[in-house]
Structures are given as C-alpha cells and as structure tokens.
Ligand binder design. Structure first.
Ligand code: PEP
Length: 248
C-alpha cells in the first residue's frame, strides 16, 4: 500500500494560487516522495491545475453530486471532475455535513457517483468533541462507516479519512494513542464488513496536520496518509508534511 497525502484547499485559491502547485511540482520532481500526493483545489481551478501539474501528482474534487447529470443548478458531477483532470473526490467532509446537511445516505450516493465516473472516493468520517468526551467516538465512527461506505468499496476505489470534527482547523489534535486506537478500530470495522481486501484500503488522518506534528502522526500504525487543510495551501508547508512520511 502506498500512503496518500492529500491537500484540501477548501474555498481558497484564485488563479494566482496555481504558482503553489508549480512550486510543489518542481520540488517533487527534484525529490520524488514516498507517498502519493493529491491536491484538491476548488472546482474553478481544476482544469488549469491539471494543465499546470501535468500528472506530476494527482488532483481531486472536494465534493460531487450524487447525480450523473441534469437539472441540478450549481452542482458538479463526478464525470465533470474527471473530465477536468481529477482522479479523486472527497465526499462527506464534515464541513459538507455541517453546512449542507449531508447525511450518511448522501455520502454513500456520492461515493457511488464517484465510482461510476472512475474516481476514487475519499470518505470522511469523525466524531464531534462532545461525542468524544462522552466516550462515543468509536461507536460514532463505526456507524458512519456502516452507513456511508457502500458494500462494494474496495482498496482501489475508496480511501477513508478519519477527521475528528473538533480537530479540523482548530490546531487541536488527538493524542497519538487515540489516533492509533481509532485507526485500528476503523481497520477492523472495514475488514469485518468488506473482507480481507480492506486490509489494503488507505485510512488517512485529518485534523490540524502541520509540518511540526506530521512525522509523529503520520508514522503511527494504520495511518496510511493524511488529509490536510490549511497547511496544504503553501507548497513549502505541504512539502514538509509529504516528506515526513515513512517509506511504505
Ligand atoms: C480538512 O479540511 O480536511 C482539514 C483536516 O483541515 P485542517 O488541516 O486545516 O485542520
């Protein structure tokens, strides 16, 4: 399994931001990384990014419609992402769940739409702070996996991102022991549900990953990559996270 370090630019980035991708491309060409690298810019930059990056690393969308096309004003289909140069799409990010009311069934439908277009889906799960404080983090994540990961998920078409909601954009992170325990729990849920093939499914950690904490977090057992928000916007920071990864 090759680890995956993914950057989620969220609603950040104008055309001038493409210079960061050019810097990242140059740095990765000079020193090829152990991990696979993915950047998910806003929809508006995808096609230009694909041109700028020219397969030096992967590109993805931050969301997609569950529908393949039609009268859905403002929505973007998985096929449109693919056409613009994406090979991945993030689905079920906590900001989509919170601001757009997305439910587990929506996440499952978006995942299947991603697959129909030939994209790999990165399905985000994670507990809130009150759920963790109540001791419910593991059961909440197990429930999210059950309801949002379709039965036909494979290591090739799906990755899971464990992103504790309270750690996203806050500078707070779980302890290393808590991250390792959650990733082991997610792995056992996946294998129980999907079979031994799920041993190869990548489980990413996301939530305030920065150059300063990347080596500690990303080299924990069962951490097969990272989903990085704020620290992916600057090529230098993102590169320091990418290179923190162990060789796998
Ligand atoms: C994210 O948006 O998925 C994320 C993890 O953000 P940040 O790294 O800024 O916490």
């Amino acid at each position: 399994m090759r680890s995956l370090v993914a950057g989620n630019w969220k609603m950040n980035g104008l055309a001038a931001g493409l210079a960061e991708l050019a810097s990242l491309k140059a740095a990765l060409a000079a020193k090829p990384p152990a991990a696979e690298v993915l950047v998910c810019p806003p929809f508006t930059l995808l096609a230009q990014a694909a041109w700028a990056v020219k397969d030096a690393f992967a590109l993805g969308g931050q969301d997609c419609s569950p529908h393949d096309g039609g009268a859905y004003t403002g929505d973007i289909s998985a096929a449109m992402l693919k056409d613009a140069g994406a090979s991945y799409v993030i689905v079920g990010h906590s900001e989509r769940r919170h601001y757009h009311g997305e439910r587990e069934s929506d996440v499952a439908a978006k995942t299947q739409a991603a697959w129909r277009a030939g994209l790999c889906a990165i399905i985000c799960i994670g507990e809130t702070e009150s759920q963790r404080d109540a001791g419910d983090a593991h059961s909440i994540c197990a429930g999210q996996l059950d309801a949002s990961v379709p039965d036909t998920a494979t290591a090739q078409n799906t990755a899971i991102a464990y992103e504790p909601v309270w750690a996203i954009g806050t500078g707070k992170t779980p302890t290393s022991a808590d991250i390792a325990a959650m990733h082991a729990h997610i792995r056992s849920c996946l294998v129980r549900r999907l079979g031994e093939g799920a041993q190869g499914m990548r489980i990413l950690y996301g939530g305030s990953v920065k150059p300063e904490n990347a080596a500690e977090i990303l080299n924990l057992p069962e951490v097969n990559g990272a989903l990085v928000g704020g620290a992916s916007l600057k090529a230098a920071d993102f590169l320091n996270i990418i290179t923190a990864f162990k060789v796998v």
